[in-house]
Design a protein around this ligand. Structure first.
Ligand SMILES: *Cc1c(COP(=O)(O)O)cnc(C)c1O
Length: 389
């Protein structure tokens, strides 16, 4: 019997809820060991060497795999380690169609390492542009985020996948922003799903991890090979932290989204906020697609204020909200993409994507929404005070 989403967060699809292999431990143990002895020469053992596999890591991989309805999931030491290993799937001359509004670290990897090693990229707005005219005989993959970081643009995953697959092109989706609780790209035709496990899966801003989830056996075999060869495996303790974090994924996502809606309502009514980028707003260009392909609009909000000075004042004046990079944890964070997450994206490109000095990104946490709003109010008031001096 297929398990339902909130239950999968605790148990994945495992038959053995009691962890009979570990004295029925309710909290799965941390197997802090680098290797496992062989019982006999030539005898295949389930575990061998922790870079390849480890029971605690296998446990978190099974849960993430179940949540994404995948064939296999692999846990890496960071989101970037997962993406860097994945890009080794390609060879010099291969052409990748990439979204233009992506996590800054991903763009940095593509530009500094993958381009240097001979991969060829075209960057396009997959939410608005058709991929057809970019496809060449060398095109091997489409790489996208939806909603994008930080401009919250929504791409129709099924539409892209249907087109790409006609040409034998793979579709890779970084699903970090919505988490598997709200969106499952493999069900919409994607071939590989990426997660920065550091964000919603872990959920507590206390460890770093990453995942590649494959939709088919063939892809899974390729990913396992890349993982084994490149070697950035998630450590047993960090596997356990993420395993524990995922147990509360459903309640965290629901609560943070509820808070996000309240904050969006406050922001759209604020005269000093010029634009709010959140696919849950009915006149947002991504609203209909987001409603169709995801179970929620998420807990990330980007907004544009009337001046750079106001943006800086807000960032410098928040007291309850943290001014910090990253996202997806229980604590509410605000980020300045221009100088933080997207500092290394060339200025022209950044501005073309709308990332200006007036843009603030917010990762909404699970605090009482009133406290978040009160803090925002006082931060905006600091700007008024400055103006009247
Ligand atoms: C943070 C992030 C990454 C990178 O993950 P790390 O765990 O920081 O290495 C990749 N993609 C997105 C969308 C992210 O937010």
């Amino acid at each position: 019997m297929p398990r339902r989403l909130a239950s999968k967060c605790l148990y994945g699809e495992e038959e053995d809820l009691g962890n009979a292999d570990c004295y029925h431990a309710i909290s799965y143990p941390i197997f802090q060991t680098a290797m496992f002895a062989h019982t006999e020469c030539g005898q295949e053992e389930p575990y061998d060497y922790t870079r390849l596999n480890n029971p605690t890591r296998s446990k978190v991989e099974k849960v993430v795999c179940a949540l994404e309805n995948g064939y296999d999931a692999i846990a890496f030491s960071s989101g970037m380690a997962a993406i860097a290993a994945l890009m080794e799937w390609f060879r010099p001359g291969d052409h990748i169609l990439s979204g233009c509004d992506l996590y800054g670290g991903t763009i940095r990897l593509f530009r500094r390492i993958n381009e240097k090693n001979g991969l060829v990229f075209d960057y396009l707005d997959t939410s608005a542009e058709e991929i057809d005219s970019y496809i060449t005989p060398d095109t091997k993959a489409v790489y996208l985020e939806t909603p994008t970081n930080p401009m919250m643009k929504v791409t129709d995953i099924r539409k892209v996948a249907d087109k790409a697959h006609k040409y034998g092109i793979k579709v890779i989706v970084d699903n970090t922003f919505l988490s598997p609780y709200f969106q499952n790209p493999l069900d919409l035709g994607a071939d590989v799903v990426i997660h920065s496990g550091t964000k919603y899966l872990c959920g507590h801003n206390d460890t770093i991890g990453g995942f590649l989830v494959s939709g088919s056996r063939e892809t899974a075999e390729d990913m396992r090979e890349l993982f084994k060869v490149t070697g950035s495996a998630l450590a047993p303790f960090d596997s356990w932290l993420i395993l524990r974090g995922i147990k509360t994924l459903s309640v965290r996502m629901e609560r943070a989204q509820e808070n996000a809606k309240k904050i969006v309502n406050w922001l759209v009514q604020n005269q000093k906020v010029k634009k709010v980028f959140y696919p849950g707003i009915e006149n947002d260009p991504g609203y209909e697609i987001a409603r169709k392909q995801a179970r929620g609009f998420g807990c990330m909000i980007t907004f544009e204020v009337e001046s750079a000075e106001l943006a800086l004042t807000v960032l410098n004046s928040v007291k309850f909200i943290h001014f910090a990079e990253s996202l997806g944890g229980v604590e509410t964070l605000v980020t300045y993409p221009m100088t933080q997450t997207h500092a290394e994206v060339p200025k022209e490109e950044r501005e073309k994507n709308g990332i200006t000095d007036k843009i603030i990104r917010m990762s909404v946490g699970i605090e009482d929404a009133e406290d978040i709003l009160e803090d925002l109010e006082q931060a905006f008031e600091q700007y008024e005070k400055k103006g009247s001096q």
